[in-house]
Design a binder for this molecule. Sequence first.
Ligand code: DAK
Length: 257
Amino acid sequence: MTYEHILTRSEGKVGIAQLNRPKALNALNRELMAELIDALTQFDTDPAIGCMVITGNERAFAAGADIKQMAGATPVSMLDNPFIDYWDRLRRLNKPIIAAVSGFALGGGCELVMACDMIIASETAQFGQPEINIGVIPGAGGTQRMTRAVGKTLAMEIVLNGRFLTAAEALHHGLVNHVYPVEVYLEEAIKLAQQIANRAPVAVRLGKEAVNAADEMFLQAGLAHERRLFYMLFATEDQKEGMDAFISKRPANWQGK
Ligand code: DAK
C-alpha cells in the first residue's frame, strides 16, 4: 500500500508513522486512519521492529476526526463506517506504541494518543476533548481514558467545557510520561522506543498485555491474568537467557523465543 496521508520510516528497531495532513492539522479522515492502521500492522508483524512511534508535526499531532467528513453522518452510516474498526484494530496491536505529541492533540487526536501505550510531549503540546463545541461528546474512548488518567472532576471540565491541558498540566496529572523542548521531543520518543525495542520481545509483549488488563479487568481477574502470563514466560528461551546472563554477569542476548 502506498501512503498519501502518512509518512513511514524505521530507525533501528523502531517503526515510525508520521501523520501528514498538515494543512488540516492532521485531522483524522478515513483514508489517513486506514493508512495508519495498515502501517502499524506491518510494523507489528515485522520481526525486525520492536516498538512503534506515532507522531505528527510541531503544530499539531492531530486536531481530531475530520469534521468535514463527519458532518453529514447518521447513526447507521457511522455503524457501517470502517473508521470504528480501525480504532479496534489499534487496540489489538501487540508491540508497544509511543505517541510523540507536539501542538494540538484534540478530540480523536487526543483519543489516538491515549490509545497508545506511552506519551512523550513537547512543551507546546495541548490535550483536549473539545467535541462539546460541535455538539457531541468523545466517541473513541475520550470519556473513559481521560477519566482514568486525570480523575473524574478534571475529566468533566475537559469533556463538558472543552478545557485544554497544557503539557505541564498533562505531566502533573499523569497523562504523559515526559515533556521535552519541541526541538528534541521526537528524538527522545525514538530513544525510549529503541530502549524498549532492545528488551526481551516476548516479555515486552506480555507486559503490555498485562498492564492493559489493569484498565480492562477487575483486580482479581487482572491478578490471575498477570500470573498466567508470568508463568508462561518461563517457557521462553529468553527467560533462561536473561536469568543466566544475570548470574554470569554478562549482557543478555534476546532471541524473542
Ligand atoms: N477536522 C477537519 N478540519 C480541521 C479540523 C478537524 N478536526 N481541525 C482543523 N481543521 C482545519 C481547519 O478547517 C482549517 O482548514 P482551512 O479552513 O484552512 O481549509 C485548518 O485545519 C487550520 O485550522 P484553523 O484555521 O481552525 O486553525 P486555528 O489555529 O485557528 O485553530 C484549532 C486550531 C485546533 C483550535 C481549530 O482548528 C479547531 O478547533 N479544530 C477542531 C477541533 C475539534 O473540534 N476536534 C474534535 C473533532 S470531533 C470515533 C472516532 C473518532 C471520533 C469520534 C468517534 N469512533 C471510532 C466512534 C472523534 C471525533 C472528533 O475528533
